[in-house]
Design a protein around this ligand. Structure first.
Ligand SMILES: Cc1ncc(COP(=O)(O)O)c(C=O)c1O
Length: 464
């Protein structure tokens, strides 16, 4: 049952915003935190800590913003939400509501997307490890399959005869761009041409729809370059009598967790070993203060030169090629917050303080970076009397020394006390619960879908 909150501003909770890496916050979420902090405390009381609140309205706004750019440039387009970014079912529901497709990398993501109401024909499967069962389910659903290798093509071919029905198997071929020659994903020129040749031999089985690539990093320039490379294969495919209609450029659109100036200042002034309790600055980070938003990135990509006098947008229009995107992180920008309850703080040697929370280093982490989720948490304090300001790092509830959520020393305006809440903003993009486990037999954290109809009327329901 959804629960709602209608009462006006009530206390005794006080919200303390951090000052170093101050998070950008969606206005609807900001209202909940600042005007109804007691609601957050009630939810944690009922649901346990950590608690993840997932916000579909943010997903839908992000989708609409990207669609607006694509429409403005009048290019044929398709968006497949990269479902790997978050395990939330309500994010898939938001994708279905927005009318976009979903990029799936396992049979479980496929089933979840279908359950959310995404039509099978709007689903695209990526990833290099598709099993026979997954391939068969994709064929049955009429989904698009990004073929990663000649070996995978042969495997896919081998499972087709077991299927019934008149529809052909829809495929994109994954290209390995020159900038990532050492990658294990996709095919180089020779394999791609061989795969095209195999497709020409089986027109009764396959419906070839075009090419796909995905690159690491967040630059639009590397995508523009890979796009230009793929265009040569569009020509080659046409010469072979095939009819490519799509170039899918994968994900990697950037998002902004903090203002670029805030981030630049942080890097310059507040990011040396003395700012970390372990005296170590992590080697890599997500670029939290991205210069570009996702829509600016997409605009620059569409305006990038394709060939002399022709932009990528012009190319797509004149060749009637659909530009497909697979944004993961950028569609879930601002779509979750993670709330931790403080167990206690403790004085350590060297005048250091650690704050223990109910949760672990897996509950808010930079999954694929060898670093932590860097953005400062917001403190919701249950105590009226302010305590002295402190600097502290934040540790999880396990008995492992490395179970640290934030190694960086956070400046708190008032010392967090038992029962207070720490809120990490914008954790939907890979950070919140992808690595969760039941260490020490703690139950998996709950995930609630949060919606807001009118100011102050929030509804929360289980996200499954
Ligand atoms: C094939 C593919 N598509 C899309 C994505 C989503 O990328 P992002 O979340 O950076 O947009 C990934 C991420 O690894 C991917 O491997």
């Amino acid at each position: 049952m959804p629960t709602t909150n209608k009462s006006a501003v009530e206390q005794p909770y006080k919200v303390h915003h951090p000052e170093i890496l101050t998070p950008l916050i969606d206005p609807v979420i900001s209202t909940l935190i600042n005007k109804f902090p007691n609601k957050l405390a009630d939810l944690v009381e009922q649901q346990g800590s950590p608690l993840n609140l997932v916000w579909p309205h943010a997903f839908e706004l992000n989708t609409q913003a990207l669609l607006n750019v694509l429409k403005q440039y009048q290019v044929p387009h398709a968006i497949f939400y990269g479902a790997k970014a978050n395990k939330s079912q309500s994010m898939l529901g938001a994708a279905a509501n927005s009318g976009i497709g979903v990029d799936v990398s396992s049979i479980h993501e496929l089933n979840a997307a279908l359950r959310a109401g995404v039509p099978g024909t709007k689903i695209c499967a990526t990833g290099p490890a598709k099993t026979a069962v997954f391939h068969q389910a994709l064929i049955s659903a009429g989904s698009l399959i990004c073929v990663d290798s000649l070996e995978e093509f042969d495997h896919l071919h081998s499972v087709i005869p077991t299927q019934t029905g008149p529809t052909k198997t829809r495929v994109l071929l994954r290209y390995r761009p020159k900038s990532s020659q050492n990658s294990r994903f996709g095919m180089g020129s020779q394999e791609l041409l061989q795969c095209l040749q195999r497709l020409t031999e089986k027109p009764e089985l396959f419906h070839f729809e075009g090419f796909h690539f995905h690159l690491g990093g967040y630059g639009f320039e590397s995508r523009a370059q890979a796009f230009r490379e793929v265009c040569g294969f569009i020509e080659a495919a046409r010469e072979m009598g095939l009819n490519p209609q799509m170039i899918d450029i994968g994900g990697g659109l950037p998002i902004r967790y903090v203002e670029p100036e805030t981030y630049a200042q942080f890097l310059q002034n507040d990011n040396n070993p003395s700012h970390y309790y372990n005296q170590k600055v992590p080697a890599t980070y997500y670029p939290y203060g991205s210069e570009l938003t996702a829509t600016q990135w997409l605009t620059l990509l569409l305006e990038a030169e394709h060939s002399l006098g022709l932009s990528i947008a012009n190319y797509l229009q004149t060749q009637n090629i659909t530009l497909a995107l697979e944004p993961g992180r950028s569609l879930v920008d601002q779509a979750a917050i993670s709330i931790f309850r403080v167990t206690r703080s403790k004085q350590l040697a060297d005048n250091k303080t650690v704050i223990f929370v109910e949760g672990s280093s897996f509950s808010a982490c930079e999954t694929w970076f060898a670093s932590e989720y860097l953005v400062d948490p917001i403190l919701v304090s249950t105590k009226q009397q302010p305590h002295a300001p402190i600097q502290a790092y934040i540790a999880g509830h396990s008995c492992l020394d490395d179970d640290v959520i934030t190694h960086r020393l956070i400046n708190f305006a008032t010392a967090p006390q038992a029962g207070d809440l720490l809120i990490y903003i914008n954790t939907a993009g890979y950070q919140m619960d992808l690595l969760e486990n039941e260490f020490h037999r703690h139950p998996l954290p709950r995930r609630l879908m949060a919606t807001c109809c009118t100011e102050g009327n929030y509804a929360f329901s289980p996200d499954y």
